[in-house]
Design a protein around this ligand. Sequence first.
Ligand code: PMM
Length: 267
Amino acid sequence: MGVVNVTPDSFSDGGLWFDERAAVHHGLELVEEGADLVDVGGESTRPGAARVSQEEELARVVPVIRALTAEGVTVSVDTMRAEVAKAAVEAGAALVNDVSGGLADPDMPRVVAATGVPYVVMHWRGHSHDMERRAIYSDVVAEVREELAKRVALVLAEGVAESQIVLDPGLGFAKNAEHNWALLAGIDKLAELGFPLLIGASRKRFLGRLLADADGAARPFGRSDHATTAVTALAAQAGAWCVRVHEVGPNADAVRVAAAWKRGAGR
Ligand code: PMM
C-alpha cells in the first residue's frame, strides 16, 4: 500500500501532494513502482495534529480518488469519518482505512458494512492532539490485542462481515518507540486474532530514533526508508497481509523476496 497524503502537514510528506494533480500523479507513480493499493488521506494524524473539517477532507480526497480509480488504480481511503468513507467508496475506493477503528465516528462501522468493502480497523486510543498522553500500558501486546478484539466484536455487531476486517496495531498512535518494537516482536500474538494484518511503520519516529547519530539526534524521516524496508521484509516474513509505505519500490521488492524465501523458490 503506497501512501498519498493530500494534506499540507502530514507526518513525513506533508505538503508534497497537496495539489490534486500532484496527488494523482504521485499515486500513479506508486503503482508503477509496485503498489497494489494507493491509500489516499486528507487529514493528517501526525502527533499533535488538529482536525480538518469534513468539507475540507471531502474536497481533498474525493477528486483524487475519482481520478485514480478512473486510471484503474485500486484505492483505499484513509479516513475516520463515515460520510467521507461513503463518498470515497462512491467515487471508487475499494477499501476503508480507519485509523480510529470506528471509535472516532460511531456511524463508521454501519456505513462500511453497507459498502461491503474491506475495512482496516486500527488500534487507537484518541485523536492526535493528545494521543501521546494515552501511551500507557503494562503489557502493550496483550492490551492492544484485547482492545482490537473489542473493536472487532463491536464492528461485527454493527453488521460488518468477518471477511471485511483487517487489523492494524497502529504503530505510533498512543505508542512510544518501545511500544512499537514490542508490538512488532509480538506480531504473531496479534495474528492469533485470526484477521489479516496491516503494518504502518514507514518513516515513523521510532525508526529515526533507532538510527540516531552518535550525539543522539534522530535520523530525519526521509533517511529512514532503508529501515522501513527492513521492517517490511520482516513483517512479510511474519505473515503480514499489507504494509503501508511512502517509498514503494524497495518495499515491493522486499515483499517479493520474502514471498520467494517462504516458497523456497523464485517463481
Ligand atoms: N499511519 C498513518 C496514517 N494512516 N493507517 C494505517 N492503517 N496504519 C498506520 O500505521 C497509519 C495509517 C500516519 O502516517 P503518515 O502521516 O506518515 O502517512
